[in-house]
Design a protein around this ligand. Structure first.
Ligand SMILES: Cc1cc2nc3c(=O)[nH]c(=O)nc-3n(C[C@H](O)[C@H](O)[C@H](O)COP(=O)(O)OP(=O)(O)OC[C@H]3O[C@@H](n4cnc5c(N)ncnc54)[C@H](O)[C@@H]3O)c2cc1C
Ligand code: SF4
Length: 511
């Protein structure tokens, strides 16, 4: 019996042997399609390290599939017949093989889902089951709730997975140990950061390609040290569990100028493209706790990031629909300052976060939230431009996870679906959690006048600007009361100084 082949689409962030489309495929009949296409590599100008990571990992994954007996049609970026888009490549491969149907795992971005749905071929989109909560489960959890708070969703995920559960009770008696996880950076950092892998010939070839085609984009390509296959990703996870996990919880929110990674795992780059599995990661971390290698606040804090935050933001992205990334609840409209693209700035914290982002395509959560995110929000930057920046510059950035974090958690542009109040702070928070202020040209202690920390000025400016919206927020009442207690002349000076700072920003002057 002759059976027509079907095209099995594998995208660059679906590099998992058990991804839904592969599970549904028939090796004897179907053709796997993988493609490096200009549209995907350039619809936003990604960091060169991010493109290199994805292309190198794709090439190695395709080789694995071939070894396992799959017919893989792989398009390299420079292939003369490359049509430049995913739909174009699917149609070309359909013509070549006679396939009349496509099977794909649902992409993590509305834009791509739309492109596949518009294809003039029947497409079966299978739910991506590499996540712990299905769309149906998340929607059922969200239905009828006034507020979609992560904490309650997280408890559901603990119950569902059995992670850190003793019977039906959370291990240790509490669901969340976050109050133990806010220590400032310690003096004695004993972690060396993630393992750095020497590029193999496949990766080297990709690096040359990326340098030639995307070398002018923001970001340093070499030295390139990411792992590019499942074994290397596993080594990175093992190294984290052994060396960094025990202190992960305590110093999760800390920042140090000389330590770009502190006790963070740096595994999102692997997890988000499918080289690691979220449940496997969490089991390894729970196991470290059960055998006494890591304390409970570290294991719980880490597991919460994966089965709590990661799953929750994905649920919100799909629940809220395609317009979510373009929301702008606060109506902010300033252009993203040039300092985000590496223009010199006197702000030591911003400079460090951007410099490390340029070099590593990585910054940890508190740098993203409380330095670059906080500053953009306080300064009134258009959240669409902030979203575009985060999507471009981080190697782990895919819209399903980046947009809710940026638009929702960091910029409050979804009007408070994710965050119950905006993540804003004056310089005092950064001073407490980092050593940046020690070398800064600005003074964090100074609240007004020449040399006052810009976060101090803009913090009040933000609150006053958005008073109508936030005055009634019970979590923000204290801030407004503090403002009211200041004498009128001082309030006036703060606002005038903030305006002067913003005018410099708008004029493109160094700040
Ligand atoms: C403005 C902003 C943008 C962000 N953009 C992205 C993004 O594009 N991609 C991305 O994966 N994460 C994003 N995050 C979340 C978080 O900053 C990164 O997941 C984390 O820094 C990755 O580094 P790590 O692997 O060392 O994480 P660790 O601190 O070691 O945490 C462990 C893991 O938990 C998961 N995790 C932790 N926090 C979150 C979160 N808020 N949302 C989802 N997963 C989380 C990640 O998979 C991470 O690898 C963003 C956060 C903010 C504030
Ligand atoms: S003084 Fe202000 S601008 Fe400078 S590092 Fe501290 S928080 Fe950042």
């Amino acid at each position: 019996m002759v059976t027509t082949p079907r095209l099995i689409l594998i995208l660059g962030d679906q590099l998992t042997q058990t991804v839904a489309a592969l599970k549904a495929a028939d090796k004897a009949r179907d053709v796997v399609v993988m493609a490096e296409v200009a549209d995907e590599a350039s619809y936003v100008q990604h960091h060169p390290k991010k493109i290199a990571l994805i292309f190198a990992a794709m090439r190695k994954f395709a080789a694995r599939l071939r070894e396992a007996g799959w017919d893989v049609r792989y398009t390299e970026l420079d292939d003369t017949e490359n049509s430049g888009s995913i739909p174009g490549e699917l149609l070309r491969r359909a013509g070549e093989t006679g396939a009349q149907r496509v099977i794909a795992t649902e992409p993590g971005e509305w834009r791509l889902i739309g492109l596949l749905n518009d294809l003039p071929l029947p497409v079966t989109l299978l739910e991506d089951d590499r996540f712990i909560a299905s769309h149906k489960e998340f929607d059922a959890w969200a239905k009828g709730r006034k507020a979609l708070r992560m904490e309650y969703f997280y408890r559901e995920m603990r119950r569902k997975t059995g992670l850190l559960m003793d019977g039906d009770q959370p291990t240790g008696g509490q669901w969340n140990y976050d109050h133990d996880n806010r220590k400032p950076a310690p003096g004695d950092i004993d972690a060396d950061g993630p393992p750095r892998f020497t590029p193999d010939p496949v990766t080297e070839e990709v690096l040359d390609l990326v340098e030639a085609r995307f070398g002018n984009s923001f970001g340093t390509l070499r030295p390139f040290w990411f792992g590019t296959d499942a074994e290397q990703a596993q080594q990175a996870l093992d190294a984290f569990v052994t060396h960094a996990l025990p202190r992960f919880g305590d110093y999760q929110d800390a920042m140090l100028a000389g330590h770009r990674f502190l006790y963070h795992s740096v595994i999102s780059v692997y997890l988000n493209i499918g080289l690691l599995d979220p449940l496997d990661i969490c089991r390894a971390v729970e196991d470290a706790y059960r055998r006494g290698h890591a304390p409970l606040n570290a294991a719980e804090g880490f597991i919460r990031q994966i089965i709590g935050w990661r799953e929750y933001v994905r649920g919100i992205y799909f629940l809220e629909g395609p317009d979510y990334p373009s929301r702008n609840a606060l109506g902010q409209s300033r252009d993203l300052p040039a300092a985000y693209w590496g223009a010199p700035t006197d702000m030591a914290c911003l400079s460090a976060a951007v410099e490390q982002t340029r070099d590593e395509a990585y910054a940890h959560h508190i740098q993203r939230l409380m330095v670059t995110g906080n500053f953009a929000l306080l300064a009134g930057v258009d959240p669409g431009q902030v979203h575009d920046w985060y999507l471009r510059v981080y190697a782990d950035a895919f819209e399903w996870v980046e947009a809710p974090n940026t638009v929702g958690m960091s910029q409050f542009a979804d009007g408070g679906i994710i965050a119950s109040k905006p993540y804003v702070s004056s310089g005092a928070y950064i001073d407490r959690m980092s050593d940046y202020c020690k070398t800064c040209a600005y003074s964090v202690k100074q609240k007004t006048g020449q040399g006052a920390c810009p976060f101090n000025l803009l913090y009040w400016h933000f609150l006053v600007r958005h008073r109508d919206r936030f005055d009634g927020n019970p979590r923000m009442g204290n801030m407004y009361r503090t403002w009211e207690r200041m004498d009128a002349a001082r309030r006036d000076t703060v606002l005038k100084d903030a305006e002067a700072f913003l005018a410099k920003l708008d004029a493109g002057q160094r700040v």
